[in-house]
Design a protein. Structure first.
Length: 201
């Protein structure tokens, strides 16, 4: 009787451990020295102004070699905006734009990372900025996964697309004498992420 109980207990324990381990997706962290979160917006109708966010973190989990099972939760510190112009950056931080005292973070929580064809994906998720949350769909190109003796296992991903800043109540603008506005409504996103796989605990 005792042997039967131990055998049954051992089988149940093995099943439980297998299920638990299967559910533990590998965690990836961003190598910021090889990554960037950038954007650009039309300026004076005729040109574009570029910027980046220098401080951000992400929780990324995936086991599939093509990242088709990936989940993302990216948080950006709004005050880290950097357009290479201190006066402009301070303006972007105040209440006319990001209002970083009231809304310190920008968040993108991916709900679906869908493979379209080859390396092309569609990234769908909840984007929160300036206290407003909306579902957005962006494009992504997955560069693949490699393992290197010096750099570990790494994956590359580029996310691009457009957001209308007016949708997030970022409506500051000024009309020009010749017509049109100083700033465009559409903000073009360009994120390049190099991710490093962490060992499972």
């Amino acid at each position: 009787m005792k042997n039967k109980f131990l055998k049954k207990y051992s089988v149940l324990l093995c099943v439980f451990m297998s299920v638990a381990l299967y559910g533990q997706q590998a965690t990836w962290i961003i190598d910021k020295s090889h990554s960037s979160i950038g954007f650009d917006i039309d300026h004076l109708v005729i040109s574009q102004t570029e910027g980046t966010f220098n401080e951000y973190d992400a929780i990324i989990k995936s086991d599939a070699s093509d990242f088709s099972d990936a989940t993302f939760d990216i948080t950006i510190q709004a005050a880290s905006v950097d357009t290479k112009n201190e006066r402009r950056d301070n303006h972007l931080r105040n209440a006319d734009f990001f209002d970083v005292e009231k809304y310190p973070t920008i968040n993108f929580k991916v709900t679906e990372f869908k493979k379209i064809e080859g390396k092309k994906y569609k990234v769908i998720g909840l984007f929160t900025m300036h206290g407003v949350t909306k579902e957005v769909a962006l494009d992504a190109t997955f560069g693949g996964v490699i393992t290197h003796s010096s750099f570990g296992t790494r994956a590359g991903l580029r996310i691009t697309g457009e957001l209308n800043r007016y949708d997030f109540e970022l409506k500051y603008n000024a009309a020009m004498e010749a017509g049109g506005y100083i700033l465009g409504e559409e903000v073009r996103i360009d994120c390049r992420l190099e991710m490093v796989q962490q060992e499972k605990a």
